[in-house]
Ligand binder design. Structure first.
Ligand code: ADP
Length: 480
């Protein structure tokens, strides 16, 4: 009989503790000692090891719960972190009185966020580092990496966890170092970029064609380096939750259209087709009568950066074909989707692409530059706005990314905008509804009253690749 089978056998047997009896306990039979391995070493006596000994020698906490949430098995490491000196004392108790989870700030969890409840109700399998375990003995909180899995055969939930406080401390120190280093390095890079810009500017320098060619390459490389350090800085802020969104009411269709239109030159250069809300972007102008107005409370700078990242990736990973961007509304959400017909992402890579530094490594992507930080930062920014960023893909066929943000009604938007800027003269939702014909193109819903709204501030910067231009008078740190 194999290890897992032995564990399962134990799970199906009534298990109880050897310590003092607990009033709520359901079972009190002694823990059976099941020999799981019999090793015969030549010249030595035969030894057998019990499943209990093996479980207790593992540094990670292991707990098995039955369907009702009763602890059927718990090893020493799991019990110790939960504040039980004797693991047997926890057997037979309900999970809630042993595994008390709180969020990173120490607040108790709502039921819908509790991974143990999710596992018990939906057999949900997950790994998370978002919670701490509270010791019953001294109320000490230990940050844990916790995994839930479902054992179908025994209809049991297996919970494993380990203390990650040391890892988090080291991570924090590492991030602090990266943050300081990338911050410091941005100044000399800006200076190099400035000087290269001056050298390439015909008004400030005379250079021959060959020197220009070299300097253009150096300029591109310095821009790339600048972007890399900016990503590193953003990633360190995302890691220690320093990303703070400044939320304000924004009209999303126009904001996204504005960002996407900055990519027209790159799209044209690669001969890709770019559609916005099902029509070619060039026709989807700001004053398009049928543009749907969708309001959300977001950080417009964050939305620009996120859409920039999704667009950069869509273009980067699409050798030929099309990119389609849509902005749609459901009752509670504004959903921005960016679909491409590019190389796609394999099922193995898909669950990992939002992780820090993760890049899929295959013949299609190996030659494409990147840091693996873009999606990690984009997701952190999305979550700072209470939104969700997800992806779906078919390898070799293309990918689609969804950015979901909490939607505001017209009335909420009017009210907040009015409060934020009482100088702004804006017709009410009803007035706007009265002036606009509700005509929708096939497959598109039009929110009434769109055109009478004053234009949103449309100070969308060009995508990163185009942002840095040769400055005529760059500010250069002469101090060296
Ligand atoms: P990178 O700088 O590597 O592009 P990202 O964090 O933006 O970093 O993306 C992580 C990985 O996800 C990429 O390396 C790539 O493998 C994959 N990926 C992201 N977007 C796409 C896409 N539109 N099509 C195919 N693969 C993608």
């Amino acid at each position: 009989m194999g290890f897992m089978e032995k564990v399962k056998k134990m799970l199906t047997q009534p298990i109880g503790g050897t310590g003092k009896a607990q009033p709520q306990k359901q079972a009190a039979a002694p823990v059976p000692t099941v020999p799981i391995a019999t090793a015969i070493v030549p010249g030595q006596a035969k030894t057998s090891v019990s499943i209990e000994e093996v479980m207790n020698s593992v540094a990670d906490g292991i707990v098995a719960l039955d369907r009702s949430g009763t602890i059927r098995l718990i090893n020493v490491a799991a019990a110790r972190l939960a504040g039980f000196a004797n693991s047997a004392d926890a057997v037979g108790l309900n999970y809630a009185s042993v595994l008390q989870l709180v969020d990173v700030a120490g607040a108790p969890l709502e039921e819908r966020h509790n991974p143990l409840i999710k596992a018990l109700t939906n057999n949900e399998t997950m790994t998370t580092r978002d919670f701490s375990l509270v010791s019953r003995e001294n109320q000490k909180r230990t940050p844990v990496e916790l995994t839930t899995s479902y054992d179908k055969l025994d209809d049991a939930i297996i919970v494993t966890y380990r203390d990650i406080s040391q890892e988090l401390k080291e991570d924090g120190e590492q991030m602090e170092f990266i943050s300081t280093a990338s911050h410091e390095m941005r100044t000399p890079i800006a200076s190099i970029e400035g000087y290269l810009g001056l050298a390439l500017n015909e008004k400030s320098a005379t250079i021959d064609a060959r020197a220009r060619e070299y300097l253009v390459k150096a300029h591109e490389a310095s821009q790339h380096l600048g972007k890399l350090f900016k990503d590193l800085l953003d990633a360190t802020q995302a890691s220690d939750q320093r990303l703070k969104a400044s939320l304000e009411p924004v009209e999303m269709t126009e904001l996204v259209r504005n960002v996407v239109s900055g990519f027209s030159p790159m799209v044209a250069q690669k001969n890709l087709v770019l559609l916005f809300n099902s029509i070619p972007l060039s026709q989807a102008t700001a004053d398009h009568q049928l543009t749907q107005k969708l309001f959300a409370r977001v950080d417009p700078g964050f939305v620009r950066e996120i859409v920039n990242n999704l667009m950069e990736n869509a273009i980067k990973y699409t050798p030929a074909g099309r990119i389609e961007v849509t902005v749609q509304g459901s009752q509670n959400e504004v959903v921005v989707s960016v679909r491409d017909s590019g190389v796609g992402i394999s099922a193995d890579d898909l669950p990992h692409i939002f992780q820090k530094f993760y890049r899929s490594d295959n013949s299609d992507t190996r030659t494409i530059n990147g840091t693996g930080l873009g999606l990690y930062i984009a997701r952190a920014r999305t979550e700072a706005m209470d939104g969700q960023l997800s992806a779906d893909s078919t390898f070799g066929r293309g990918s689609i990314f969804f950015l979901r943000l909490p939607r505001m009604t017209d009335e909420e938007f009017d009210k907040e905008r009015g409060l934020a800027d009482n100088q702004l003269e804006m017709p009410s939702a009803e007035e706007r509804a009265a002036t606009v014909p509700a005509v929708a193109p096939a497959g598109q819903t039009v929110v009434q009253g769109a055109p009478a709204l004053p234009a949103q501030p449309a100070a969308t910067p060009a995508p990163v690749q185009q942002q840095v231009q040769v400055a005529e008078q760059p500010v250069i740190n002469q101090g060296g």
